[in-house]
Design a protein around this ligand. Structure first.
Ligand code: SF4
Length: 227
């Protein structure tokens, strides 16, 4: 485990939660806010039993536990970890980039909610992740989520240097055509971003109100997050 946040009101929709950060991610997005979690080290900064003990003490104070990262699906023990937390009585959420579709599919029956990143048009994924073939993994993951019936949100991080508005619209149209109902656009935040080339390049009215209005018409549930 890379760490734990014992209390968060923003990581599971509508519920107070703890967030567990799993170490490791095979992708290298420039806007990653947890670049210190991209490498998977041999020694875990926090022992799993300590995580379980902390959660035990949070009973009654939080309703859910969110597995985040890094990329939680990188961990071969993910299903066991989720099962233990579930058995302790918590609802289970997960944040994923869709890096490992098979493992994701195997844990979907254990989840109550998932937030799945959609980083780009699937053919352009390597522009963001720096990893060839990542779009295929992401698309397969998205199809698995939609087929599972698990509550979900698809979300895209919007940065004008990476995703001009025409691309944002293409992504949204692709998702709407696939049957995505819950979609959020998240304006890039500089805090924690490791890539100086991306900082200070946000444009004041990006994404524009006109685009936001267009996207709002494509989905039953659309959210624009700024700041
Ligand atoms: S997929 Fe997520 S955790 Fe991995 S590098 Fe990209 S933003 Fe960071």
């Amino acid at each position: 485990m890379g760490g734990i946040t014992p209390f968060t009101a923003t990581d599971y929709p509508g519920l107070l939660a703890a967030a567990i950060f799993v170490q490791g991610c095979p992708w290298r997005c420039g806007y990653c806010h947890n670049p210190h979690l991209q490498e998977r080290t041999r020694a875990s900064p926090i022992a799993w039993n300590d995580v379980l003990s902390l959660l035990e003490r949070r009973k009654g104070l939080i309703d859910a536990v969110v597995f985040s990262g890094g990329e939680p699906a990188i961990d071969p023990c993910l299903a066991d970890a989720i099962t233990q937390v579930r058995d302790a009585g918590f609802k289970i959420g997960m944040h994923s980039g869709g890096t490992h579709p098979q493992r994701l599919q195997s844990v979907l029956p254990l989840l109550d909610w998932i937030g799945l990143d959609v980083k780009a048009n699937f053919a352009d994924y390597a522009d963001i992740t720096k990893v060839r073939g990542s779009g295929v993994a992401a698309l397969t993951s998205l199809k698995a989520v939609l087929a599972s019936g698990v509550d979900y949100e698809c979300r895209t991080t919007a940065h004008p240097a990476l995703l001009p508005e025409a691309k944002l619209l293409q992504i949204a149209q692709t998702l709407a055509a696939m049957g995505v109902k819950n979609y959020a656009l998240q304006a890039f935040r500089m805090q924690g971003c490791a890539d100086p080339a991306l900082n200070n390049r946000m444009v004041g009215n990006y994404p524009s109100p006109g685009l936001v209005e267009q996207l709002g018409k494509l989905f039953p549930n659309f959210t624009m997050r700024r700041g």
